[in-house]
Design a protein around this ligand. Structure first.
Ligand code: ADP
Length: 300
């Protein structure tokens, strides 16, 4: 079986090291006796002739590949790069997490809220607001402190804790007027005490899970924001909602963040491009190997 790891963003040349996750997935495939190759999206080109599209990689005809695993890096214009995914799918290539680039999974927190809500998944109460006029009514309903989120933040960036109206008003004013973006206000789950759970999902399976704890003085438990991780046992409900949340946003492989509240576990986020270096470190689990096992057993 030939596995392609489809990466995006900054072109990788022979001199540049691929990101940790790409490298680990590549090595896990080789360790299982499979063929593997890293494909970097900016090296794809196409030739259209009479209704037929030929695909080239690094200016050579596209080599055979049984399945691709899409791993996006940071990309500024998803629309342009997702064309490559569409071209490969249209040519009959199989891609795991193709929706990473083509669906609402990548869009923003607001779209993901909608999809998770449609799937009936538990989440903290929230409001999406467009200006400061609605702040008082919405904050009254949600209570203080509350969490303010920007639609496109990740890694904990764009997540603020607001203690009172005096704090929340200028943030909302700045984001809606200067940045011209909608703002997400969310009920603060105080009882979680700065902890949440990162669950790594592949299909119906949980590959690994860790509890993350924010560093003192922060409410964001993201490893990127300095949070620390340790292994954790999930309840059946937590496993179930993590798998359902992954499907709800159209993914096969995802990093789902869950927070334990007094009203039960709730979904905070579904990450379409989950890193797993911190998770492997915290749990000792070979997440990359789990991904390859999932891919090799996957039925398209
Ligand atoms: P990002 O996508 O940037 O990781 P999240 O929405 O997952 O943003 O929030 C980042 C972190 O902030 C979470 O991992 C969690 O620790 C904390 N957090 C987010 N929302 C809440 C909330 N409603 N109540 C308590 N803590 C929260």
């Amino acid at each position: 079986m030939k596995i392609g790891i489809l990466t995006f963003g900054r072109p990788q040349t022979k001199e540049t090291e691929p990101p940790y996750e790409t490298k680990k997935i590549f090595e896990a495939a080789l360790a299982r006796g499979l063929e593997a190759r890293i494909f970097c999206e900016p090296f794809f080109s196409f030739r259209e002739r009479d209704g037929k599209m030929e695909i080239f990689y690094d200016n050579e005809p596209m080599p055979a590949c049984d399945v691709f695993i899409a791993r996006t890096n940071f990309i500024e214009d998803f629309g342009l790069h997702s064309t490559t995914v569409d071209m490969l799918l249209s040519a009959g290539y199989k891609i795991i997490n193709s929706n990473t680039l083509t669906s609402a999974a990548t869009k923003n927190k607001l779209t993901r809220k909608l999809l998770l809500s449609q799937a009936g998944l538990p989440m903290p109460r929230s409001s999406i607001i467009r200006d400061i006029a609605s702040v008082s009514t919405e904050t009254l309903a949600l209570g203080f402190p509350l969490v303010v989120k920007t639609p496109n933040g990740s890694g904990g960036r764009g997540v603020f804790l607001a203690e009172n109206l005096e704090t929340v008003l200028p943030i909302v004013d700045y984001l809606t007027v200067t940045q011209k973006i909608p703002v997400l206000l969310e009920e603060f789950i105080k009882e979680a005490e700065g902890k949440d759970i990162r669950v790594f999902v592949a299909g119906e399976k949980i590959l690994a899970a860790m509890e993350r704890e924010a560093k003192p003085g922060d409410v964001r438990s993201n490893i990127h924001a300095g949070g620390a991780g340790r292994p954790i046992e999930l309840t059946e409900t937590e496993k179930d909602i993590a798998v359902r949340a992954t499907k709800a946003v159209g993914l096969e492989i995802a990093g789902v963040d869950i927070i334990r509240s007094n009203r039960g576990p709730m979904i905070l986020e579904v990450n379409a491009r989950p890193g797993f270096e911190g998770l492997e470190l915290a749990t000792g689990i070979d997440v990359a190997g789990g991904i390859i096992d999932y891919v090799t057993n996957h039925e398209f």
